[in-house]
Design a protein around this ligand. Structure first.
Ligand code: SF4
Length: 269
């Protein structure tokens, strides 16, 4: 897709394909701390080559447009949950699912933890110089056990039936589980006890409605997910080894972007 580079005044500027901020580029075996976000870790899991070219070589890949409608539902859910946090009461979705003992976690840092751009949940990886972080959608507390519950909002518009099994087995949702596992990993590294299930708050826009009239109806679902962090340490260790290496890893054989770039280079040379 076409992605034109613009400056902060939205004027078109030359695209170099390289990052300009040195602080976002890692030098193998550097001593200074370096931050890796949840999404960059996810990039590493998908394709170590792309991750390396981005974080270590400093290539700037084309961006994708924002998800304005998804962002809007996130904001609306956040507003609802914050009202419950203020009153320290369960949200209607949890009450409907017999989980009235879950209430929003009222922690002084909750806004920082939800700020994926500037803070997020944060923990150093072992004794390394890598600081892991990720902005969580919300955190609740099980008042029976005092364990924290990770909550993630998701919006979609699908005609498929939404159940915990159909939702979590969808090939395009696997990354959601990784996301939840990563947040749980960070919370545990921060010293918190975490409830054995996280929850996806899913709203599904009805695209089969008879008419629109400027209103889209959503069905809501609470999808429990039994997290698993047993795999995380090993993958983080692999990622740090990759960052400290001077070799560029292989790409993903199914990636259309690399295949396109190869084909294009073969015609242009
Ligand atoms: S295979 Fe795809 S994800 Fe990997 S380096 Fe190539 S473009 Fe990036």
């Amino acid at each position: 897709m076409l992605d034109l580079k613009r400056n902060s005044k939205f004027e078109l500027v030359e695209a170099t394909g390289k990052r300009s901020r040195n602080s976002s580029i890692y030098s193998p075996n550097q001593n200074e701390d370096f931050k890796i976000s949840r999404s960059k870790f996810s990039d590493y899991l998908t394709c170590p080559r792309c991750f390396y070219l981005d974080r270590v070589v400093g290539l700037e890949s084309p961006g994708t447009p924002g998800w304005a409608l998804n962002e809007a539902t996130d904001i609306l859910y956040k507003r609802e949950f914050d009202e419950c946090r203020e009153k320290q009461i369960p949200h209607r979705l949890f009450t409907e699912n017999n989980l009235e003992h879950f209430i929003p976690f009222d922690h002084p840092d909750i806004d920082k933890w939800r700020d994926s751009m500037h803070h997020g949940l944060k923990a150093r990886y072992g004794k390394s110089n890598i600081i892991l972080f990720g902005g969580v959608d919300d955190i609740w507390i099980n008042t029976d056990t005092n364990k924290l519950v990770v909550v993630d909002y998701k919006s979609q518009s699908s005609t498929k039936k939404v159940t915990p099994i159909t939702y979590l087995s969808d090939v395009y949702k696997q990354n959601y589980k990784i996301q939840m596992d990563f947040y749980v990993y960070l919370l545990k590294e921060m010293g918190f006890e975490v409830h054995l299930e996280g929850y996806f708050v899913v709203c599904n826009g009805n695209r089969l409605a008879d008419n629109f009239n400027g209103v889209m109806k959503f069905e809501e679902y609470l999808i429990p997910y039994e997290w698993n962090i047993t795999w995380v340490d090993e993958k983080l260790s692999d990622m740090v080894d990759c960052m400290n290496s001077n070799f560029i890893p292989s790409g993903h054989p199914s990636c259309k972007n690399c295949a396109y770039a190869r084909q294009r280079a073969s015609f242009e040379n």
